[in-house]
Every structure is written in structure tokens, then in C-alpha cells.
Design a protein around this ligand. Structure first.
Ligand SMILES: [Zn+2]
Length: 232
């Protein structure tokens, strides 16, 4: 083999190698990188165990789930998940356990409406309801897609009833804004109680949705598009 041919072959091998690595993680039509294979997701967990998506119930005792998008009782009148499940990244689950511990001492519990959400579901939601104030934007991706956001409320442990909050979940109205004050004192008190305990453990409320919290202590986690069934 002459030297020139050898050089060309080496370059070709390098090119093919790099292309296959990038193919696993190509940007989508919005220029976003979204992990959509279980094998790729597992590699990120092998590299850093903090990336693991875990079931919230495995880390947070007596937490309640009411996964609205696994039913058609939601703002889209459409079932978006095949099964009800609540996954978050490992450090988020640990922080939620601390929140629940504080709440249990007060006779209260968290109830989860939504947690990790596959990226393609965010895109589908935006197609059905193209609202740029309340909806996760396909060209940005939602923190739900990164496994670091939660939609939740408070429940009385004795009665199993939800505490009164300013609006139902996913009410796309001004009263959903966490700064909205034209409300009965008890409702404001409930909303502020939730905010205080979540903030204490590293979460920050969304500026337009009292029920949405981001785990702000988290480092950057990738956007994911892996269905619940594949994580089970
Ligand atoms: Zn949310």
C-alpha cells in the first residue's frame, strides 16, 4: 500500500467513526440534541450515575400520583402516555424525599401530576395547543424533558384531599401565576406553604404556573425522548 492511499484510508476510518458517534446524537430540526435511544441514555448513566431516571415512588415514601396525561382528563382531552409513571433524575428524587419528610411532619403529602415527559410529547402538546406562554416550546425543549421538572400539589394525609389552590392543574389563566394575589387568604397560604418547602430543598416555582417546579440545583441534564415503557 502506498503512503497516500494509507492516509486516505485512515481519514476515511476516522470520518466513519465520528459520523456514527454523531448520528447517535444528531441535532433535530430545531438544532436541539435529544437523546432518543435507550442505549445512548444508558451510556450517560454509566458515565454519571446522577443521570439515572428513577421512579419517584422508589425514593419518596407514601407519595401520591395522579398522572393527568396518562388519562384523557387533561387540558388536551387526550391520553398522551400509555402508562402512568413518574420518573425524575436521581438527585431530584432525593430532594423530593426531603420535601416529603418535611410535609409528612405537618400531616401533608405531595401529589404528582407530571414529572419526566418525553420530548416528543412536548411537541405533540404544542401542536394541539400552540401557546407560547404556558406550553413547553419544541424549539427549546421543556425541563420536564430533562427529568428535572415536576407538576405537583399538596394533599392532606388524613382526608387524602388536595389542599385548595388558586386554580386546577393546567388552568391557563392569570390566577395560575404564583404572584397572583386576588385570592382567599387560605388559598394563598396553601400555595406559599408549597413554595416554601419546595424552595428549601432546591426547587423554584415557574413564573406562570403555581404547580410547576424546576430543580435548580441540578447540573445540566440532556433532553430525552424515551417512552416510559422503555424505562420500566
Ligand atoms: Zn410543568
Amino acid at each position: 500500500m502506498n503512503k497516500q492511499l494509507f492516509k486516505v484510508l485512515v481519514q476515511l476510518f476516522l470520518f466513519v467513526g465520528l459520523s456514527s458517534a454523531n448520528a447517535q446524537y444528531a441535532a433535530n430540526q430545531y438544532g436541539l440534541k435529544v437523546i432518543n435511544s435507550v442505549a445512548h441514555y444508558k451510556k450517560t448513566v454509566e458515565a454519571d450515575a446522577q443521570h439515572a431516571l428513577v421512579k419517584i415512588q422508589d425514593y419518596v415514601p407514601n407519595i401520591m400520583l395522579d398522572i393527568k396525561y396518562a388519562t384523557s382528563q387533561n387540558v388536551f382531552y387526550t391520553q398522551l402516555y400509555k402508562i402512568p409513571a413518574a420518573f425524575v433524575r436521581l438527585p431530584v428524587a432525593k430532594a423530593l424525599a426531603s420535601v416529603q419528610e418535611d410535609l409528612n411532619k405537618q400531616g401533608l403529602s405531595l401529589k404528582i401530576y407530571d414529572a419526566y415527559r418525553p420530548y416528543s410529547v412536548t411537541c405533540r402538546m404544542f401542536e394541539m395547543l400552540p401557546d407560547t406562554i404556558y406550553m413547553g416550546l419544541p424549539w427549546q425543549g421543556s425541563r420536564h424533558n430533562r427529568g428535572i421538572a415536576l407538576d405537583l400539589t399538596l394533599v392532606d394525609l388524613k382526608t387524602k384531599q388536595e389542599l385548595r389552590m388558586p386554580t386546577p392543574f393546567d388552568a391557563l389563566v392569570y390566577a395560575s401565576h404564583p404572584e397572583f394575589m386576588q385570592l382567599p387568604a387560605k388559598i394563598i397560604e396553601n400555595r406559599e406553604l408549597l413554595k416554601a418547602v419546595m424552595q428549601k430543598h432546591g426547587f423554584k416555582v415557574d413564573p406562570v404556573e403555581w404547580w410547576h417546579y424546576n430543580y435548580v440545583s441540578a447540573t445540566t441534564f440532556e433532553l430525552l425522548d424515551i417512552p416510559f415503557e422503555a424505562l420500566e
